[in-house]
Design a protein around this ligand. Structure first.
Ligand code: NAD
Length: 511
């Protein structure tokens, strides 16, 4: 026997304190019948926050069936009316931003300020969904031939699937389902099993806004659940964000089932520092963008490429990094939090160890860091290596920890060629006072997001976010503006009219 505790967003097994997270199917929070569950741990303390169920096949079928039924009516709801629901949703998210951020910090470990930013970047996408009527306009040309007109319209696809990572538990689900749903689709979200509570909170707020049932369903679980849904006959399109290995697997599985797939993957982001760059700004930007969120951002700068650099720059970076304080999000002084899991910490420590063995010059070692207040936390202290080479493991792999690597080169051309040889292409930036150098960089660099004198160039949703090379697989580089094109199919209509008398007169009935 179990009963639902809405204020804890959990089911509780009678006569025990074991809480487990509900699924969200057909607009209701329901208990999973699955016997397979996994602990969700607070990464600062290892306290069990809840148990996440690994949904059964029947539960997933039920969620897809609910979404499929909902699609039949939702696709015919007028676009402005669909958008109006999202006006409500964005206000409700704003009203509860702090509560969402608290749940998020607890399970992800990032600082409260960072968590509020995570929610805010998601709200900005919901604001974009409110523009749906303008975004969904088609195109038309009259008289492409005598008496023949062509127009194209955008139509929704059906049930779409989103598979999301642990590092932005609010922003990334919100990249996906609001735009997909406002286009007339319905959605199944499979959030990270490491941070599943935030997704339930987003669903709870969604439910409170009066959306018709079945538009959003949340299925919990891991790789097996993702795979089952990817291959489900009624899933039409798949959005994935996560590691390179995950993206590759999802892209292969999805496309071989002939589905539309967009897969955002891992990263290795470089900052190029010219000799004329403003030193203070560079150091501040390098330190915050490499160690913020414990380096667990897909846009984190993990490599500084210095053109003809003097030693005092590296010494000052080490000094500035050594003043950072890793701690739990509950401590307001914390500069960043713990890594998501013990195994992530172990992975980062072993990459640091390998870098030492492979000959990188260690300038600051955070591998022995222990928090006095949170001794069980998965913390790694800020770590700095100089004289890093392209064949070292620490350079070849995505670290996803608070580790900055410095590479020395002689010219701008050499720096650009070094960055372009890296297989990833998510984000990059240059710091310089020279317009000529900036222009050269912007033109020649093979990376999706490019910053000039700013460290983390994340575009707002009315632009598009795009990864190059190993950082993105799929046919549309899409979140933000272009996501509309991912979640819709274009239909081109060519019409011939005998007379040219027809004119469209549209009146909107006021409610
Ligand atoms: P992950 O790949 O381990 O998991 C992401 C999601 O995919 C989870 O829901 C997981 O259950 C599922 N999954 C994992 N392996 C799978 C497989 N083989 N088949 C099907 N589903 C699978 O990623 P993570 O550790 O949660 O997130 C960190 C990674 O995400 C980093 O590599 C980071 O760079 C990347 N990321 C990229 C972007 C971007 O925009 N490019 C944004 C955020 C994070």
């Amino acid at each position: 026997m179990s009963y639902y505790k809405p204020y804890e967003r959990s089911f509780v097994i009678a006569n025990s304190n074991k809480k487990f997270l509900p699924l969200f199917i057909d607009a209701e929070f329901v208990s999973s019948s699955s016997s397979q569950t996994k602990e969700v741990l607070d990464p600062s303390t290892q306290d069990v926050l809840t148990y996440v169920p690994y949904s059964s096949f029947q539960e997933m079928d039920r969620a897809v069936e609910s979404a499929q039924q909902a699609f039949k009516n939702w696709r015919d709801v007028p676009v402005p009316e669909r958008a109006r629901f999202f006006f409500k949703y964005q206000q409700a998210l704003k009203d509860q931003q702090e509560e969402i951020a608290q749940i998020l910090s607890q399970e992800n470990g990032k600082t409260f300020e960072d968590a509020k930013g995570d929610v805010w970047r998601g709200i900005e996408v919901v604001e974009q969904a409110c523009h749906a009527p303008a975004l969904m306009m088609g195109e038309s040309v009259e008289n492409v031939s005598r008496g023949i007109d062509i127009h194209s319209i955008l139509q929704p696809l059906g049930v779409c699937l989103g598979i999301t990572p642990f590092n932005f538990p609010a922003m990334i689900p919100l990249w996906m389902f609001p735009l997909s749903i406002v286009c007339g689709n319905t959605f199944i979200l499979k959030p990270s099993e490491k941070t599943p509570q935030t997704a339930n909170k987003l669903a709870e707020i969604f439910q409170s806004c009066g959306f018709p049932k079945g538009l959003l369903n949340v299925i919990h679980g891991g790789v097996d659940q993702a795979n089952y849904l990817i291959e489900h006959k009624d899933i039409k399109a798949i959005s994935f964000v996560g590691s390179f290995e995950g993206a590759k697997a999802v892209y292969r599985r999805g496309t071989s089932a002939l589905k539309r797939v967009q897969a955002f993957s891992g990263a290795k982001n470089h900052m190029l520092i010219m000799k004329d760059a403003p030193k203070k700004e560079v150091i501040k930007s390098l330190v915050s963008s490499s160690c913020g969120a414990a380096g667990q951002r897909c846009m984190a700068i993990s490599v500084g490429v210095f053109v003809d650099c003097k030693q005092d720059w590296i010494d000052e970076i080490a000094k500035s990094m050594s003043s950072l304080k890793p701690c739990s999000w509950k401590n307001k002084e914390a500069d960043f939090g713990p890594l998501i899991s013990k195994s992530s910490r172990q992975r980062v420590l072993s990459l640091i160890e390998k870098a030492k063995q492979e000959g990188a010059k260690l300038c600051l070692d955070g591998s022995h860091f222990k928090s006095k207040l949170y001794p069980k936390g998965n913390f790694v202290g800020p770590t700095l290596f100089d004289e890093v080479k392209a064949d070292m493991s620490v350079y070849k792999e995505e670290i996803f920890g608070p580790v900055l690597l410095c590479v020395r080169v002689k010219t701008l051309e050499e720096a650009v060629s070094f960055i372009n040889q890296n297989p990833y292409g998510n984000g990059t930036s240059i710091f310089t006072r020279s317009g000529e150098s900036a222009r050269y960089f912007q033109h020649h660099i093979e990376v999706g997001q490019v910053g000039i004198n700013l460290p983390i160039p994340v575009p707002l949703p009315f632009f598009s976010f795009t990864g190059w090379k190993k950082s993105f697989f799929g046919d549309l580089h899409a979140y933000g503006k272009q996501a509309i094109r991912f979640y819709t199919e274009t239909k081109t209509i060519i019409s011939r009219w005998k007379s040219a008398e027809t004119k469209v007169n549209m009146t909107i009935k006021m409610k």
